[in-house]
Design a binder for this molecule. Structure first.
Ligand code: DAT
Ligand code: MG
Length: 150
């Protein structure tokens, strides 16, 4: 449905490198709708909840340290199949395997500095949106939709 939502986050390396605008630009140009946006310094506790499914992985402590090393930009994007398509736009987890034309494929090299996060399912998207935007995201009707959807 056109009201599907996903949680996209620019990680600390993306913020440091000034790639926030580039990432927003791609989602805007695609035709997706912005429903929330915030620059924040996440606590380790929040990151451990966000990545709770990876808690047993050997790289988990390094991942949480990296993610809490500076501010991140969290966003909610809405639109048709935005969860799956958003992940395609980010590219494969390992940037050496991300296709050129994807964000990771174009702008980074190492899996531990892979610039951005995107929810992997509609269910995890709703969980992540509630976690990162406890006051809720905007729900608005975009008039421009008639040029995006047939
Ligand atoms: P994704 O971010 O593509 O959803 P994921 O959820 O499996 O990937 O992992 C979350 C993050 O953890 C990922 O963006 C980078 C880090 N990560 C994943 N696999 C890793 C590995 N083998 N070594 C180091 N970091 C890894
Ligand atoms: Mg993931």
């Amino acid at each position: 449905s056109q009201t599907e939502r996903t949680y996209i986050m620019v990680k600390p390396d993306g913020v440091e490198r000034g790639l926030v605008g580039e990432i927003i630009k791609r989602f805007e140009a695609k035709g997706y709708q912005l429903c929330a946006l915030e620059l924040m310094q996440p606590s380790k506790d929040l990151l451990e909840q966000h990545y709770r499914d990876l808690a047993s992985k050997p790289f988990f402590p390094k991942l949480v340290a990296y993610m809490s090393s500076g501010p991140v930009v969290g966003m909610v994007w809405q639109g048709k199949e935005v969860v799956k398509t958003g992940r395609k736009m980010l590219g494969a987890t390992n940037p050496l395997e991300s296709a050129p034309g994807t964000i990771r494929g174009d702008f980074c090299v190492d899996v531990g500095q892979n610039l951005c996060h995107g929810s992997d399912s509609v269910e995890s998207a709703e969980r992540e949106i509630a976690l990162w935007f406890p006051r809720g995201a905007a729900s608005w009707t975009r008039r421009f939709d008639s040029f995006i959807y047939e």
